[in-house]
Write a protein that binds this ligand. Structure first.
Ligand code: DGJ
Length: 698
C-alpha cells in the first residue's frame, strides 16, 4: 500500500510488517524518513516536519539522508548517479512529477543542462517486507551530444541512527562459495563487488546489517539489501563521519563509464531490493525466501524434480551406451530428471575443443540426442542437457568462422581460461547465432531442462570498431537475459538452471528467469553444509541444487562419508545425484532409492517451508528445520562426536507450544512446548552422522 501525504510530497509505503517513508523538500531534495516497523502516515508527516539539521561548514546537510545522492552540489558521499557530457559533469535536478501505480511509486526529476530525465521507482507489495527499488535514466533531448553514464546505481538505502552496526556478507571462491562472515562496520567504506563480468563466486550480491551486532537468529532488527544483476556489480556500505549508514548498489564495478545515452535513449538499472525484519537473521531469510517464491522465481509453484547429472561420473568421456546405463540405474533409484552434462556436442572430447558448436557429436551420438532423450523419457524421466552458450574454444568451427566474435582488444593477447574465450554477446550477430543454435536444439530434441554454464571471467573485454566498447559489460548481460527470456517464451515447458563453475552466477536477476541454480562444484557433503547455510540467508531451498556424489569425494578432498550423510546433506535443497552409479553396489543403490523416496515425501516441506537454522555448521551438531503447514522436517548432522559426549539436545523453532507433534517414523508424540524449550536428543553419534526427523502436528 502506498499513501501520499497532504502536501503531495511525503510518501509512505507499507508492506506485511514494515514501512518505508520519504519526502521531497521545498528545495526538491528527496530525503529519507523511515525504514523499519510499520508507522502511520501521520507519523511519517511528523518526521517530515522535523527541524532541519544546523548548518556546519565542511559538512553536507544531505549526506546520509538522501534517497539517491547524485554527483554534484553539496554532497561528499559516494554518488549513486554520475553523469557527464564533454563540458559538464554531475547532476542538478528539479522535481518533475510523482505517480502511484498500484504498488509502485515513481518520482521523476529532470536536469535541464544535461536534458536528463531520472525516475526513481519503488515497489512494496502487500504480502512482503521487501522494497524493490530501481532507477531509469533517459537522455530526454531531441539532439545534441550523448550523455555518458559513469555510474547509475539502482538505489541508495539509508539506515536509522544507531550507536554502531555489524555487517554480514557471503564470501567465497570457486568450490567454497557463499560462506557467512560478520564484522563490525567501521567508519569509511566497505565494498563488495565483482569485476569479472558475471556475479562471481567471491560474493553473493547481498549484505545484512544489524544494529550494534545485537540481532540473533530469531530476534532483533536486521536490514538486508540484495542486487538483481548477473554481470559486474558493486555494493558499497558507507559509515559516514556522523555514524549514519548508506548503502548503494548497482551494475558495474567502478565509476569509469557504463553506457553512453544518445538523445532518446535510456537505461534502466537492475533492482536493488531492501528488506527490514524485526525477527533476526532467520526472519530476514524467511522474508527473502517468501518474496522470491511469490514474485521472482518463475514457476516457483512447481516443485523441482530429483535429478541425476553425469558430470562427476563421466567428465568428458561420454558415450550413448554409458549414458543409457546411468539412466537405467537413475530411473530405478527414483530419479525424475536425467541431465547429460558437458561433452555431448561438437568435437568436445576435452575442454580444449568444441564450445560454440551446439550440435551432437556424431561419433558419440550418431543419431543426435533424440534417441537418448526418447529412452530417458521411456524410463519415466525428464531429459536435460548442458550448454555453455556464451563461450567458444579456439578449436571450434564457430571460432574458425568468426574469430572476431570474441571479446578482445586489437593487438593484444586473447587470454584463455579453461582454453576458452568469451563471445561478445553485445553483438547482434552473436545474439542471433546463439538464438538459432539453441532454438534449433530445443526444437529438434525433446529437452525438458537446460543447465546453462559459464566457466570463465571476462578479461580482455574489448570490442574493436565499436565507439564505446565498454558498454559490452552491460549489454552482455542484457543479451543473456533477452536470450533466456526468448527461449523460455518459445519453449515454455523447458526449465533452466544457472551454473557458473558452481555458484558463480547466483543473484536475483538470473533467478527471475531460471528455475534453480547450481550452488557449488563442491559436492563434499560436509563442506556443503556451510555453503548451503550462507546461500539460505538470501535464497530458498527451492532453487538450491545439491548432489550426492561418490565417496571418497574424488573431485575435491578425498573425504569418506556414508551415503546417509551425503543424502541428508543434499536433501536440504533440490536433491540430485551425481555419482558414478555403475560403480555403486546393489545395497548402495537400494539405500539410495529409499533416500530418494524419503526426499519426495519431505520435498514440499523443504522446498516451500519456512527455514529455521537451528545450529550453525561449525563442528559438532548442526541442524536446519523447515515448517510447512502441519508438517515439520528437521535435517541434522553431527560432524564429530568428541570425548564420547552426547550431542546437545536440539531445540526446535517455529512450532506451537500448545500443540503436539507426532514423529512420523516412531509414532512418538512430542509436546510443542518441550520441543521448543527442552529440545530433543538427536541420537547421532560418531563422525559424520546424520538424520531426518519428520513431525506432523497433532
Ligand atoms: C562446471 C559446472 O559447475 C560442472 O557442474 C560441470 O557442468 C562442468 N562445468 C562441465 O564443464
Amino acid at each position: 500500500m502506498i499513501e501520499t501525504g497532504n502536501t503531495g510530497r511525503t510518501w509512505l509505503l507499507t508492506g506485511a510488517s514494515s514501512s518505508y517513508a520519504l519526502r521531497l523538500t521545498e528545495q526538491d531534495e528527496l530525503v529519507h524518513l523511515h525504514w523499519g516497523p510499520r508507522i502511520s502516515l501521520a507519523a511519517a508527516e511528523a518526521l517530515a516536519a522535523a527541524p532541519e539539521l544546523p548548518f556546519r561548514a565542511f559538512e553536507s546537510h544531505l549526506d546520509g539522508r538522501e534517497e539517491y545522492p547524485v554527483e554534484g552540489g553539496p554532497r561528499f558521499v559516494r554518488p549513486a548517479l554520475s553523469v557527464r557530457t564533454p563540458e559538464v559533469r554531475g547532476t542538478e535536478w528539479a522535481f518533475a512529477a510523482a505517480s502511484v501505480d498500484g504498488d509502485e511509486l515513481r518520482i521523476g526529476f529532470t536536469d535541464s543542462v544535461h536534458r536528463l530525465a531520472l525516475t526513481l521507482h519503488y515497489r512494496m507489495r502487500d504480502d512482503s517486507d521487501v522494497v524493490e527499488r530501481w532507477a531509469t535514466v533517459a537522455h530526454a533531448g531531441a539532439d545534441g551530444p550523448p550523455l555518458e553514464l559513469l555510474r547509475a546505481d539502482a538505489a541508495a538505502w539509508s539506515l536509522p541512527a544507531r550507536d554502531g552496526w555489524r555487517l554480514s556478507r557471503l564470501h567465497g571462491r570457486w568450490a567454497a562459495e557463499s560462506r557467512l562472515a560478520r564484522a563490525e562496520l567501521t567508519h569509511g567504506e566497505s565494498v563488495i563487488s565483482s569485476r569479472r563480468g558475471h556475479t562471481g563466486h567471491q560474493y553473493l550480491p547481498w549484505v545484512a546489517l544489524d544494529a550494534d551486532g545485537a540481532a540473533t537468529e530469531e530476534s532483533g532488527e536486521v536490514y538486508g539489501c540484495a542486487l538483481g544483476w548477473s554481470g559486474s556489480w558493486r555494493i558499497s556500505v558507507q559509515r559516514l563521519p556522523d555514524g549514519l549508514v548508506q548503502i548503494t548498489g548497482g551494475a558495474g564495478y567502478d565509476d569509469s563509464g557504463l553506457l553512453r545515452l544518445a538523445p532518446g535513449e535510456s537505461y534502466t538499472t537492475p533492482v536493488f531490493a531492501g528488506l527490514w525484519s524485526g525477527q533476526g537473521f532467520g526472519g530476514a531469510s524467511r522474508a527473502w525466501h517468501a518474496w522470491q517464491l511469490a514474485h521472482v522465481i518463475p514457476d516457483a509453484h512447481k516443485p523441482r524434480p530429483v535429478l541425476y547429472n553425469s558430470w562427476e561420473a563421466t567428465g568428458f568421456d561420454i558415450s550413448l551406451d554409458q549414458q543409457r546405463a546411468l539412466a537405467e540405474r537413475a530411473a530405478a533409484m527414483g530419479v525424475e530428471l536425467f541431465v547429460v552434462d558437458d561433452a555431448w556436442f561438437g568435437q568436445r572430447t576435452s575442454d580444449r575443443a568444441g564450445l560454440g558448436d551446439w550440435t551432437a557429436n556424431p561419433d558419440r551420438f550418431p543419431g543426435g540426442l533424440k534417441p537418448l532423450a526418447d529412452e530417458v523419457h521411456g524410463l519415466g524421466m525428464q531429459f536435460g542437457i548442458w550448454v555453455e552458450p556464451e563461450m567458444v574454444n579456439a578449436d571450434s568451427d564457430l571460432y574458425r568462422a568468426h574469430p572476431d566474435w570474441v571479446q578482445h582488444f586489437p593487438g593484444r593477447a586473447r587470454t584463455e581460461y579453461r582454453n576458452q574465450l568469451v563471445l561478445n554477446l553485445a553483438r547482434p550477430d552473436v545474439q542471433e547465432y546463439l538464438w538459432e543454435q539453441l532454438d534449433t536444439l530445443l526444437s529438434g530434441t525433446p529437452v525438458d531442462y537446460v543447465k546453462w554454464d559459464f566457466n570463465r571471467c571476462f578479461t580482455d573485454a574489448g570490442w574493436p570498431g565499436e565507439e564505446y566498447p565498454q558498454k559490452l559489460w552491460i549489454e552482455h548481460v542484457d543479451a543473456l537475459y533477452a536470450l533466456i527470456d526468448r527461449l523460455r517464451a518459445a519453449h515454455p515447458s523447458v526449465a533452466f538452471e544457472s551454473c557458473s563453475g558452481g555458484g558463480g552466477r547466483i543473484d536475483l536477476g538470473i533467478l527471475s528467469r531460471t528455475d534453480q541454480v547450481w550452488t557449488s562444484d563442491n559436492t563434499d557433503p560436509l563442506d556443503r553444509l556451510a555453503i548451503q547455510e550462507g546461500f539460505g540467508h538470501i535464497h530458498p531451498a527451492r532453487v538450491m541444487a545439491a548432489w550426492v556424489t561418490d565417496s571418497p569425494n574424488h573431485q575435491l578432498n578425498g573425504r569418506v562419508s556414508s551415503l546417509r550423510f551425503r543424502f541428508v546433506s543434499a536433501m536440504a535443497g533440490v536433491l540430485g545425484v551425481g555419482g558414478d552409479l555403475t560403480e555403486w553396489s546393489e545395497e548402495e543403490l537400494a539405500e539410495a532409492r529409499s533416500w530418494v523416496d524419503l526426499y519426495k515425501e519431505i520435498r514440499p516441506v523443504v522446498q516451500y517451508g519456512a527455514l529455521y537454522r537451528l545450529r550453525e555448521p561449525r563442528g559438532g551438531l548442526s541442524a536446519v528445520q523447515y515448517v510447512h503447514g502441519e508438517e515439520t522436517v528437521v535435517l541434522m548432522w553431527l560432524e564429530a562426536q568428541r570425548y564420547g559426549e552426547r550431542p546437545p539436545a536440539l531445540r526446535l523453532r517455529g512450532l506451537d507450544p500448545a500443540a503436539t507433534y507426532t514423529c512420523l517414523d516412531t509414532g512418538t508424540v512430542h509436546h510443542g512446548s518441550a520441543l521448543l524449550h527442552q529440545g530433543l536428543h538427536t541420537e547421532l553419534q560418531g563422525d559424520l552422522d546424520a538424520r531426518v526427523l519428520r513431525l506432523r502436528r497433532g
